[in-house]
Write a protein that binds this ligand. Sequence first.
Ligand code: ADP
Ligand code: MG
Length: 339
Amino acid sequence: MSSIIQLLPDHVANQIAAGEVVQRPASVVKELVENAVDAGATEIKLIVKDAGKTLIQVIDNGKGMSVTDARLCFERHATSKIRHAEDLFSLHTKGFRGEALASIAAIAHVELKTKQDQEELGTHIVIEGSKFVSQDVAVLPRGTSFSVKNLFFNIPARRNFLKSDTVEFRHIVDDFERVALAHPNIHFMLYHNGSEMFNLPQSNLRQRIVNVFGGKTNEKLVPVTESTEIMGIQGFVGKPEFAKKNRGEQFFFVNDRFIKSPYLHHAIMAAYEGLLKDGSQPSYFLYLDVPPHTIDINIHPTKTEIKFDDDQAMYAILRSSIKHSLGQFNVAPVLDFER
Ligand code: ADP
Ligand code: MG
């Protein structure tokens, strides 16, 4: 009997997976910058041209890759971050799927330059549409640089569906800000079409928020700290009188990862009950620390959703500690807890 089922060649499988991982230039930014964070970089520079349609380059001073790894990183399911299924329950890195670089290299022209500290020379690899074009040794500084050009060159439909540069760049800034807020101890820079858009030196959390959102933000912030067995909370909520019409300054991080949670957002709104004008939105920058085995971040490839074991308890803790912080600030001058 003949069979009609065949395994797809790698480059086809990669291109299909890329559809999930890479929706737009900002997705590439997120994956590359998170890789730089995982590599232990203390300085990360993002260079973008034409909202990422022409160029996205991320340069880091992290640990770099060996020649073999520089080649392997473009394979699907190739990762240095987990080895066993159990590792999924104790994640300390942003990445773990080993899919991003294989996906990006399937639908763009990618140039990698990387060098480890202990090596004298580094590796320079060019890969286009999953095909290795060249590989050389090169004199390089410690760290890694990925340049991504001609995104979606082989998926014209995707390329045509990209929005205006203004919209696509806004998405890039959103993703950039999220990583920058999650890692105030890293120096981040963003250049667009040759102009410096952000230069965020290493700092504490309050200073990072102010550097991202401007000097006026400082007086708005009320510190929140809490420590229970279920979770720790650090960060800031905005004073009610500074609440805005839009939700642009609302950030949740769980174990240093930006997440979206309508449920926990509701807990915060409940803490502000009676304090806000109708429909106005408070700012918040909240960092939750939860034991890694009590969460599942594997439910979506872009990992902005998380499943919590005990979200009802988290709701209650979040609501009461924010209420408490807001109340304290109403009766007494705010103490300045720094993260
Ligand atoms: P993941 O991050 O899920 O492991 P990726 O496809 O994003 O998968 O990256 C594959 C591997 O390439 C990583 O596990 C890491 O070992 C290596 N890598 C990627 N980017 C960097 C970087 N900037 N510096 C050092 N190593 C990197
Ligand atoms: Mg990654």
